[in-house]
Design a protein around this ligand. Structure first.
Ligand code: RVK
Ligand code: MG
Ligand code: MG
Length: 311
């Protein structure tokens, strides 16, 4: 059992890690390669870490969960839509914006989510925001279930849903991991297998094991696992960055961004896992003090830890 003050710090870390990864990675989003010197320069800058849709939606979900510890899909869809309408220029994906505009216009989320693209979105937008479910779940499977419920309101494609389930379960495992022992990557991956009943996702988990065994660098990992805006092509890299470098928070963020591609989102997802394991107090202060929404994140974390679990 984790002491409540530590649990609070770790939930705070989960939210702050998302925002730090998002803000640090955002200037490099879409670049195939991120030069180490550019990343070092940006990491030492004192400029504010402005966040994007990844953090906005994560905080909306955290706030939603803090009310009753459960997901009401119609209300959640509306909460996302209101946040998008308030700040449409936070870098939302085109499909996500279309779904949220429809919801705001009175279309049911179920209809809106399947109407976008062919069979719904497989983007990583549901995975990037899902980590707060870890705070109100009692097992990785329950986190994955809540993750899928939260994902469905915008991402109807199976890969969008699987990505959210995997990241949710990983966040649960990170939040409840034993800090007195080194992270056991093999055991962590064993527990992720059952949450994604899909051959192609299981192959990704096997690739993560192989990359860990040969101590692959960020460039090689991105080439093998992907680093794009799809759930399938980004969630595995985020989990890999956590398993490969997660014991040193700063290195994990740099690794996640160093793989290039969808850097804000990959670093946001890795950041959620790193923050959940180590807590807000162990994230680099030079970065957490630069967060645009530092105060809001602190307040939401306090409300989220007070939410009922598993009701
Ligand atoms: C911009 C064809 C599809 C597809 C399908 C493509 C922000 C589209 C965040 C779509 C994240 C894009 C990211 C993203 C999160 C998805 N057929 N193409 N079935 N499903 N796509 O729009 O919230 O950065 O090109 O649902 O998942 O930082 O626009 O948004 O990086 O993937 O966007 O999917 O995106 P969306 P999202
Ligand atoms: Mg973004
Ligand atoms: Mg992104």
């Amino acid at each position: 059992m984790i002491p409540s003050s530590t649990f609070h710090d770790r939930v705070h870390g989960l939210l702050a890690g998302t925002a730090v990864g998002d803000g640090l990675g955002a200037p490099f989003e879409g670049r195939p390669v991120v030069p180490a010197t550019a990343l070092t320069q940006w990491s030492f800058s004192t400029q504010r870490l402005d966040h994007t849709d990844d953090t906005v939606m994560t905080l909306v979900l955290a706030e939603h969960l803090s009310h009753q510890g459960v997901i009401n899909q119609a209300v959640l869809a509306s909460d996302f839509a209101v946040a998008w309408h308030h700040e449409p220029l936070r870098g939302y994906g085109a499909g996500a914006a279309q779904v949220l505009a429809s919801v705001l216009g009175g279309v049911s989320w179920r209809e809106a989510a399947v109407s976008v693209f062919s069979g719904g979105s497989w983007g990583n937008g549901a995975a990037m925001r899902v980590a707060p479910v870890a705070a109100v779940s009692r097992s990785p499977l329950e986190a994955a279930h809540l993750g899928r419920l939260s994902a469905e309101v915008t991402h109807a494609h199976e890969h969008g849903l699987h990505g959210a389930a995997l990241q949710a379960a990983a966040a649960h495992l990170a939040l409840h991991s034993d800090l007195s022992a080194p992270l056991d990557a093999a055991a962590f991956l064993d527990r992720l297998h059952p949450v994604v009943p899909s051959r192609i996702w299981h192959e990704k988990l096997l690739e993560i094991r192989a990359l860990l065994a040969r101590q692959a660098d960020a460039e090689e990992a991105a080439a093998v696992l992907g680093n794009d805006i799809s759930a399938l092509g980004s969630v595995p890299l985020a989990v890999f960055a956590f398993l490969a470098r997660g014991e040193t928070p700063e290195a994990a963020f740099r690794f996640a961004i160093g793989g290039g591609g969808d850097t804000d989102t990959i670093a946001a997802m890795t950041g959620a896992l790193v923050g959940a394991r180590h807590g807000h107090s162990e994230l680099p202060v030079s970065w957490t003090t630069r967060m645009e929404a530092a105060e809001q994140i602190k307040e939401i974390a306090t409300r989220l830890v007070a939410a009922p679990v598993g009701t």
